[in-house]
Unconditional design. Structure first.
Length: 284
């Protein structure tokens, strides 16, 4: 088994040779049944040559008996410490809790800087399912106003149509904040993905919201469809690390092989890293 994992790791590195890989969707924290520890993430990143990961702390999710249900202040302080101690590999996404949180608390995190002047937090994380709010609830607006103020994107867990995190609800709130880039994680969690692609296409045509799609747990055919529909500048690589455990990134080897074979160099690099650098304003 160890040899198989090594082969997969080498294969993944070979596919991405010469291209930075930035994972815009990773976690730290505690979720029953999964190893989302910081050590596991860092070891995965080293093994599979992931240059940078954007992390949020799942401890702020409100799942009784499954997550610790920490406050915005507690959870994001832990993220800040992880980033400060691993600034060459990590940047933070501040996790917000619109039902019981405070934009004033969150703003204090958005002003934090690393010694080199780069921000500790480069985006804001919303999880309507795990924190029990509708994506287009008015409580979300104060947080997105902060995104506009600090010129950072928001990332939303995106579920199926009819859910709290549906593409339609995310589009609704995005239209109220047309200057804020909003990334739809999962582009419809575990599928189908057509609604998210169609909504993002509608926003692009109407020019009334800045919506982007992300690849975690999305099949390669749907990722290619998203790229061909929206253009490579509207899709970015994310994996929900470390959902798949100690060899998490091996689960994305097939996706990367397909993208490498089907896309030109510029489009491939857009998805793997360049979009993340541009949208999250990542140095280097």
């Amino acid at each position: 088994m160890r040899n198989i994992c090594l082969v997969i790791a080498l294969s993944l590195c070979s596919v991405a040779a010469g291209t930075d890989i930035i994972d815009v969707h990773a976690h730290i924290g505690n979720f029953r049944g999964y190893d989302l520890s910081l050590n596991n993430l860092l070891q995965n990143m080293q093994r599979y040559e992931i240059k940078l990961a954007l992390i949020s702390n799942i401890d702020a999710a409100q799942l009784s008996g499954i997550t610790p249900n920490k406050s915005e202040a507690e959870a994001n302080e832990e993220t800040a410490i992880a980033v400060r101690n691993n600034s060459e590999r990590l940047r933070g996404l501040v996790w917000v809790r619109p039902n019981d949180g405070s934009p004033q608390v969150i703003e204090k995190f958005l002003t934090q800087k690393l010694p080199d002047g780069n921000p500790v937090f480069v985006g804001m994380k919303f999880h309507p399912e795990m924190n029990y709010f509708k994506a287009d609830d008015e409580k979300v607006d104060a947080y997105l106003n902060l995104c506009a103020k600090y010129q950072i994107p928001a990332v939303f867990h995106c579920g199926r149509s009819g859910s709290n995190s549906s593409p339609e609800r995310i589009y609704n709130v995005a239209k109220r904040h047309p200057d804020v880039a909003i990334v739809l994680y999962h582009m419809g969690a575990f599928g189908p993905h057509e609604s998210a692609i169609q909504i993002a296409e509608q926003a692009l045509k109407n020019k009334d919201a800045k919506l982007y799609l992300e690849t975690s747990q999305v099949d390669p055919d749907s990722v290619l469809k998203a790229i061909r529909t929206l253009g490579s500048d509207h899709v970015m690589f994310g994996t929900d690390a470390c959902y798949y455990g100690k060899n998490h990134y091996a689960s994305y080897a097939k996706l990367m092989e397909v993208l490498k074979s089907e896309l030109g160099k510029e489009d491939y690099e857009n998805v793997l890293s360049e979009n993340a650098k541009r949208i999250f304003k990542l140095a280097g």
